[in-house]
Ligand binder design. Structure first.
Ligand SMILES: C[S@@+](CC[C@H](N)C(=O)[O-])C[C@H]1O[C@@H](n2cnc3c(N)ncnc32)[C@H](O)[C@@H]1O
Ligand SMILES: [Zn+2]
Length: 342
């Protein structure tokens, strides 16, 4: 059992913002008495329909809980696969899933430095299977407190399991639209590939930003806006794929991953095909792309505005980042920025 008293001072009621108290199996609000059960060592700040895969899907959040929950339950090992276990012939299919990929991606997408983790309160906003929460802990120390928050049913279970060797990692099931965290209680935060899947990236950004201290940092990574042909193709294809069941979407994603594998063997095949459509040889990437109930695409200009509006100073080379999105053919599919709270 995790020692939840270590994070009590960071938490607040999602209903009335009151302080919480802890009992063996739940947190409860000292003001409105709302109870938040702790199930499988994971405090739950969502209603019980979010605890498992089910067909009650009236909202984006509940659909997300199902599709991403399934993804991270199914691909629990993604980011934890030993490099030496991947045969050379299979590297394409496993790119992104190996430990070395996780380490490299943390440097380029999550971007926290050791000094921003050690002894600090760190938030992984939308932690998926916990691969980057784990990586952050490896770069920090046992005095840090690491919080991994996600709404998905399988995300929280897999991230808990993947990170359970560390006593100072706490996984919470909650929505980024209503975090159970006090204002200005987090030193360092990263959110990789999440905000654009919430249905309102700016609103989710603002809610995460609320929790960051003055002087604290927030690294946000979202999908970039690509060329108009690519955007159009992505739009109509996802009109179909987001209406498929999980099992049909897996079948389609598997076919697309195989097709990508073949295209990747042609000279420049990948570079050219990705001007028109997102294709990757790894099944998880195809499933992630096609199944996500909502996926918005953004510009650096928008991202920088979110930082400015929330009192963050951009800690990046702004003109250089803006220029990355100017070329129609070389726009990045993922963009990220680091901001420091004033
Ligand atoms: C593409 S995955 C990325 C996971 C992780 N950051 C990573 O890079 O491995 C997106 C995650 O965002 C979570 N998510 C989407 N909307 C959310 C919301 N409103 N609140 C909390 N988590 C959300 C999903 O459940 C999913 O695990
Ligand atoms: Zn309350």
């Amino acid at each position: 059992m995790k020692d939840f008293s270590k994070i009590l001072h960071l938490l607040q009621c999602t209903q009335c913002k009151g302080d919480l108290q802890i009992s063996p199996n739940n947190f409860h609000c000292t003001q409105c008495n709302k109870e938040y059960p702790i199930i499988d060592d994971i405090p739950r700040f969502v209603d019980d329909s979010f605890y498992s895969l089910n067909k009650k899907n009236p909202t984006i959040e509940s659909k997300t809980k199902n599709y991403f929950g399934y993804e991270w339950e199914h691909f629990k090992d993604w980011g934890f696969i030993k490099d030496q276990d991947v045969p050379d012939a299979e590297i394409d299919r496993y790119k992104g899933g190996r430990i070395s990929d996780r380490e490299n991606a943390f440097n380029s997408k999550c971007r926290l430095l050791e000094k921003e983790i050690s002894g600090k309160v760190v938030l992984d906003a939308g932690c998926g299977n916990g691969r980057y929460t784990y990586e952050a802990r490896k770069r920090g120390d046992d005095k840090s407190i690491l919080l991994g928050v996600d709404i998905g049913y399988g995300s929280v279970e897999s991230s808990f399991d993947n990170t359970k060797e560390f006593e100072n990692i706490f996984i919470l099931q909650a929505s980024l639209f209503n975090l159970p965290l006090k204002n200005h209680c987090v030193d360092s935060c990263f959110s990789n590939g999440v905000l654009m899947h919430t249905g309102n990236a700016k609103r989710a950004f603002t809610e995460v930003a609320r929790t960051v201290k003055a002087g604290g940092v927030f690294v946000a990574h979202v999908y970039g806006k690509l060329n108009p042909v690519w955007e159009f193709n992505d739009w109509w294809l996802r009109q179909i794929t987001t209406r498929l069941s999980i099992s049909w979407c897996m079948r389609l994603s598997s076919a697309m991953a195989k097709l990508s594998g073949l295209i990747n063997k042609l000279p420049n095949g990948f570079t050219i095909s990705n001007l028109f459509l997102r294709l990757q040889p790894s099944l998880i990437h195809m499933f992630d792309w096609y199944s996500a109930p909502t996926a918005s695409h953004h510009t650096y200009k928008e991202l920088f505005n979110w930082y400015n509006e929330n009192n963050f100073t951009i800690a990046d080379d702004v003109p250089q980042k803006l220029s990355e999105q100017k070329s129609l053919t070389k726009r990045p599919w993922g963009i990220n920025a680091k901001g420091k709270r004033r």
